[in-house]
Design a protein around this ligand. Structure first.
Ligand code: TLP
Length: 358
């Protein structure tokens, strides 16, 4: 028992430097209100459609996003693959931006599970040009797969949290709709985009056939995302979710947090944007660091640290100082602000970063 006590005191001393964790907004813990909502949630078996809390969340989500129906799924990745599989047949081709999450970070799910062929097209700051998309569409030829779906990401994570505008989305829709190609929005952080553009989120979703958005990022819920679309689309998507093992039972305990997230967490994302800007401005003044301030639009910043010896080196030096972030590639690091990072934490982070900058 004595030994355990010493171990505790030792750990406490090591831990007393507060870690400023800028790796991702996915690390946000549920709020006290969410924990309370879990306790009180009315539950039922959702595979029978009988979980009142899930039904409530799905209704709220559909109405906020501006679609007929919504479906609660386990994660953003599951939401994207469910959407892709629902829109397509095996062998179809899907166009997406070359740095998008669906192309880079979803374990090839659309190919492995849906037999789909990815057609990545490089964009500019995460935004696809309508001309490039037009060129990527396959013609009617016996040799070609059918181009069936276009995926758009908003905000664009790898581009640095860039918000794609309603006009840019409309221009893409104008290209694909005449070809009867469907559009899916990976809107993991679509509420961040809407706030940054000062527009209703529905203006970012009205041109697309399906939308996935995440509750478990800046909105601070512990688990879950929603897939939204027409009634017919969501009915089919529900079956695809079941096939993927995503039919959950009394998952109202999770949906309860989602309801609180949609009610209380959307507007506060603005604070994360303000903190990201303050962090970026502080970093921009440091030697060896370069940052494009025009790209700092939401809660993600991508920082060029090639002048400091590359991303791995910087990430590990910052880790020793109690600032956590992730390498994006060899020369860039990514920092993400979220509910668990205050304005004071940003000042602390900047002070510590200054210590590793020569
Ligand atoms: N993004 C995570 C990592 O996977 C990179 C992060 O820390 O940013 N779409 C987009 C645009 C995303 O950024 C993410 C997660 C997802 C989909 C997938 O969501 P989850 O993690 O819930 O499967």
């Amino acid at each position: 028992m004595g030994k355990g006590r010493y171990a505790f005191i030792f750990m406490h001393r090591v831990d007393c430097m507060k870690i400023v964790d800028l790796r991702s907004d996915t690390i946000t813990l549920p709020t006290a209100e969410m924990m309370e909502a879990i306790q009180k949630a009315e539950l039922g078996d959702d595979v029978f459609g009988e979980d009142p809390t899930i039904n409530k969340l799905e209704k709220m989500a559909a109405s906020k996003i501006g679609k007929e129906k919504a479906l609660f799924v386990t994660s953003g990745t599951q939401g994207n693959v469910v959407s892709c599989l629902t829109h397509t047949q095996r062998g179809d081709e899907v166009i997406m931006e070359a740095q998008s999450h669906v192309f880079l970070y979803e374990v090839g799910a659309m190919a492995a599970l849906g037999g789909l062929m990815a057609h990545p097209v490089p964009g500019h700051n995460g935004v696809l040009s309508p001309d490039d998309v037009e060129k990527a569409i396959r013609g009617d030829n016996i040799h070609f797969p059918k181009t069936q779906l276009l995926c758009v990401e908003n905000t664009h994570n790898n581009a640095g949290g860039i918000a794609v505008t309603p006009q840019e989305i409309k221009a893409l829709a104008d290209v694909v709709k005449p070809h009867n190609i469907r559009m899916h929005l990976d809107g993991a952080r679509v509420f961040n985009a809407a706030l940054a553009l000062n527009t209703d989120v529905k203006n970012l979703t009205k041109e697309v056939d399906s939308v996935m958005f995440c509750l478990s990022k800046g909105l601070s819920a512990p688990v879950g995302s929603l897939v939204c679309g027409t009634q017919d689309f969501v009915e089919k998507a529900r079956k695809v979710r079941k096939m993927l093992g995503g039919g959950m039972r009394q998952a109202g305990i999770l949906a309860a947090c989602g309801v609180v997230a949609l009610e209380t967490m959307v507007d506060r994302l603005r604070d994360d944007h303000v903190n990201a800007r303050t962090l970026a401005e502080g970093l921009a003044d440091m030697k060896g660091i370069s940052i494009d301030m025009e790209k700092v639009q939401t809660n993600i910043i991508v920082v060029d640290v090639s002048g400091l010896g590359g991303s791995q080196k910087v990430v590990s030096e910052l880790e020793k100082k109690g600032v956590r972030c992730l390498p994006r590639d060899e020369t860039h690091i990514r920092m993400v602000t979220h509910r668990m990072i205050s304005a004071e934490d940003i000042e602390v982070a900047l002070e510590r970063i200054r210590e590793v900058v020569p």
